[in-house]
Design a protein around this ligand. Sequence first.
Ligand SMILES: Nc1nc2c(c(=O)[nH]1)N[C@@H](CN(C=O)c1ccc(C(=O)N[C@@H](CCC(=O)O)C(=O)O)cc1)CN2
Length: 296
Amino acid sequence: MSARILSGKEFAAKFKEDAAKRARALEEKYGVTPGLAVIIVGEDPASQVYVRNKDRACQELALYSEVIRLPETVTEQELTARIDELNYDKRIHGILVQLPLPGALARREKEITGRILPEKDVDGFHPVNVGRLVMGEPGLVPCTPAGCLKMLELAGIAMDGARAVVVGRSNIVGKPMASLLLRENATVTVCHSHTKDLAAVTREADILVAAVGRPGFIRADMVKPGATVIDVGINRLPPDADHPRGKLVGDVDFAGAAEVAGAITPVPGGVGLLTVAMLMENVVTAAACQLAAQKD
Ligand SMILES: Nc1nc2c(c(=O)[nH]1)N[C@@H](CN(C=O)c1ccc(C(=O)N[C@@H](CCC(=O)O)C(=O)O)cc1)CN2
């Protein structure tokens, strides 16, 4: 293996340290602690873990945190009424609804997350924040791509003028990642299931981002020698004797790609860890904007 390993743990620690410093500065200036409310509907085990980690990160950084647990029988009206209460709650500067939503609510995800006021939308999913990102204006940016970008900056990976290829066009990762790289003056290509000769396109990439949700989809022969490979996939394989819960793997064949790439993120221990750390930064950013606006 020759590639530099970009460890999510190290970068996440730095992001949290930055967020904690900014939170303390806000407390000194305004006497207010930034606050996050997370809404979780149903009992999905992975979501329970992620929500617990978000609450723990708030405790670690001494931010105010509320977790609202709703049964999967909750109606859309009850859920949006809860969001409305939080929209007007002065202790809460950031709100998110943990995804995926269960059952019929999943089909209403856009309407439900769009109910959160744009200034409290710490997931960056609201159309106003999406528009700001596409227009290159300041706003709240989805945590995983925002974390990837900050990691690339801190790791000293040149983005200006680089050829960047994003594989996957989801609203949560692929599209915002492409907008962020474009904002950094990269030449960006977004690939998807209809892309012809995908390997020829990915082999052009100085920065290759994989966000398709398919284990080992990016093989070593699809990577340009020396490229930076960011693996956003989190896939659980079927259980086996060594991994009774199923092994966690990314979208990249890590062992093969690490022989070719210049730098690569592992799974687990890569960009997944940046998601919660970046959320803390978004909560503090949201609080800073709201408190400054209240002062005017
Ligand atoms: N409202 C949201 N819902 C979801 C988001 C999101 O950003 N906002 N992202 C994912 C889940 N997620 C956070 O919510 C998340 C996923 C993965 C990790 C992480 O730390 N991954 C670890 C492995 C963890 C494991 O063992 O399962 C890693 O990659 O090393 C953190 C947060 C979907 N829903």
